[in-house]
Write a protein that binds this ligand. Structure first.
Ligand code: ADP
Ligand code: MG
Length: 340
């Protein structure tokens, strides 16, 4: 065999990589809102239209990107969050792979306006299918606005697999709720087809953020939980054993502020409820686990929603015991907040 071997060009590489990072509109929302959070924003607005297929806009008042780095930010493996492999042992940001902007821009029509505080003007950049079409100075407030139009317009296979507007909107709503609740210090606004779905106060009070995104019924059925162990802290809210769901969608778990899906944690939670709930039903929780970042590995999957723990048994026991104890104490959220 004498076939020619070539290295793929960047555009093709980005389009292929986009397959891993950008599954559907909700993944765009996740990556871009995480960027806004990493940029230290105190207000973040998400606007979507038609399930995010045609239009997603995210505006933040964070650090912005300096003129000289704007184009670079859209290149693959470009990040300001880590500089070498050792930094991976101590991740404090949500991003670090430097893939999101490059991947998203490769499969959409992207537009960004960004300005850091120290710069008197902003930069507008328009990228279509990974190619920069326009880059110029504009007047704008400090922070970043990014608009993603016509996702997957140049990848017909992916385009076909997008679900109905309603189904895609539901996934986006789930993501923005998780991100809002893991950052009660940030004021979020979520707009869908010109309707305001929710706004959170951004005053760092988790129960008020919960009240802003869920109905009163959910809110009234929550028990507060706060437990500390040597090098770990678990805090948040868990549902009354009588308040169960048919699925695990309302089991929201964060590890160091990052939403994760983790079998070990889910198992510990469900075991703690085992004797108290109806078979085949699932408890509800919004829990943050804080742990020394060097004891976990978040670089397991490109979407970064998986996490590996060094001391699995200790984590399991800690969570199990914390829940048992919170269920015994059964401290509900003060009425003061619930009357809003
Ligand atoms: P990562 O988040 O893994 O670093 P991204 O591709 O998501 O990779 O972003 C690349 C870089 O662009 C980031 O490291 C950051 O410096 C910059 N950036 C992206 N979005 C924003 C934003 N909303 N505000 C400020 N800087 C941003
Ligand atoms: Mg990112």
């Amino acid at each position: 065999m004498n076939r020619k071997i070539d290295i793929l060009d960047d555009l093709t590489i980005n389009k292929i990589a986009a397959g891993e990072v950008v599954e559907a509109p909700y993944s765009v929302v996740k990556e871009l809102v995480e960027n806004a959070i990493d940029a230290g924003a105190s207000t973040i607005t998400l606007e979507i239209k038609d399930g995010g297929k045609k239009y997603i806009r995210i505006t933040d008042n964070g650090a912005g990107i300096k003129e000289e780095y704007v184009e670079k930010a859209f290149m693959r493996h470009s990040t300001s969050k880590i500089t070498n492999i050792d930094d991976l042992n101590n991740i404090n940001s949500l991003g670090f792979r430097g893939e999101a902007l490059a991947s998203i821009a490769a499969v959409s029509q992207a537009e960004m306006i960004t300005r850091p505080d120290e710069q008197q003007y902003g930069i507008l950049i328009e990228i279509t299918g990974g190619k920069t079409e326009i880059i110029r100075k504009v007047g704008c407030p400090v922070g970043t606005t990014i608009i993603i139009k016509n996702l997957f317009f140049n990848t017909p296979a992916r385009l076909k697999f997008m679900k109905s507007n309603n189904a895609e909107t539901m996934k986006i709503t789930e993501i923005i709720i998780r991100l809002s609740l893991s950052n009660p210090g940030i004021a979020f606004k979520y707009i869908n087809n010109n309707n305001i779905m929710f706004t959170t106060p951004g005053n760092n009070i988790l129960s008020q953020a919960i009240l802003s995104v869920f109905d009163k019924d959910t809110f009234k059925n929550l028990i507060s939980l706060e437990q500390n162990e040597l090098n770990m802290k678990l805090h948040g809210y868990i549902g009354q054993p009588s308040f169960v769901r048919g699925n695990r969608n309302l089991q929201i778990i964060y590890v160091n502020g990052r939403y994760v899906k983790n079998k070990l944690i889910s198992k510990a939670i469900e075991e703690a409820y085992k004797e108290k709930i109806i078979i085949n039903k699932h408890p509800v929780c919004i829990l943050n686990l804080n742990i020394d970042p060097s004891l976990i590995d978040v670089n397991v999957h490109p979407a970064k929603t998986e996490v590996k723990f060094e001391a699995e048994e200790q984590i399991y026991d800690f969570i199990y015991k914390s829940i048992i104890s919170a269920l015994q104490q059964n401290t509900t959220i003060p009425n003061l907040i619930a009357v809003k």
